[in-house]
Design a protein around this ligand. Structure first.
Ligand code: APR
Length: 184
């Protein structure tokens, strides 16, 4: 576990749906229509009311309820967490289409929502690193950097959990946090 000012950061190898945190982040798609991966796991655990709540968000353009880099908040319904922060990561097209900035925006938007909602803990999956194909190490560095930027500002205690599945993901997230620590 890392401690940056009043914020602790842990990498946990466990499904995000069972974590003891105030809110979890969903790696959703722009229509907020549910899907596979972590999105599927969250919708299954939350129950059908989550899908109905997602469909209440207006489309900002046809088929887009949440543009990449933004966030939409719902209740957790049957989940143990109070809220789900649905964010849409970038699809990896090689890195020249603004993917790093969009991914950074996802983390920033989620931290901003966490503060607005008065949360004291939040769990993230490795956004974009599954179906959306973002290279793991590069994505982990962005997650670590944005977490440290948040922690540098935050004065009240806060707990960030990086929820990952697989040893390769644990190692990548921990490596990225170590690299970011050396930059403090
Ligand atoms: N808990 C934590 N992490 C998980 C879980 C889970 N239960 N299930 C999957 N993951 C991990 C994957 O191993 C991957 O590293 O979440 C990471 C993100 O993978 P995806 O869920 O595929 O998300 P993403 O790459 O952002 O793609 C989003 O996939 O499921 C669809 O609707 C979703 O269209 C959207 C797209």
């Amino acid at each position: 576990m890392l401690i940056w000012r009043a914020t602790t950061v842990e990498v946990v190898e466990a499904s995000i749906v069972g974590l003891d945190v105030d809110a979890i982040v969903n790696a959703a798609n722009a229509p907020l229509a549910g899907g596979g991966g972590v999105d599927g796991a969250i919708h299954r655990a939350a129950g059908p009311e989550l899908y109905a709540a997602c469909q209440q968000f207006p489309e900002v353009e046809p088929g887009v309820r949440c543009p990449p880099g933004e966030v939409r908040v719902t209740s957790g319904f049957l989940l143990p967490q109070k809220y789900v922060l649905h964010t849409v990561g970038p699809i990896w097209f090689g890195g020249g289409q603004g993917e790093p900035e969009t991914l950074a925006c996802c983390y920033r938007a989620c931290f901003a929502e966490a503060e607005r909602l008065g949360l004291s803990s939040l769990a993230f999956p490795a956004i974009s690193t599954g179906v959306y194909g973002y290279p793991l190490d590069a994505a982990a560095l962005i997650a670590a950097h944005e977490t440290r930027v948040f922690a540098e500002r935050r004065t009240a205690p806060f707990r960030v959990v990086m929820s990952v599945l697989g040893a390769e993901f644990v190692e990548a997230e921990e490596r990225a946090l170590m690299i970011e620590s050396r930059r403090v």
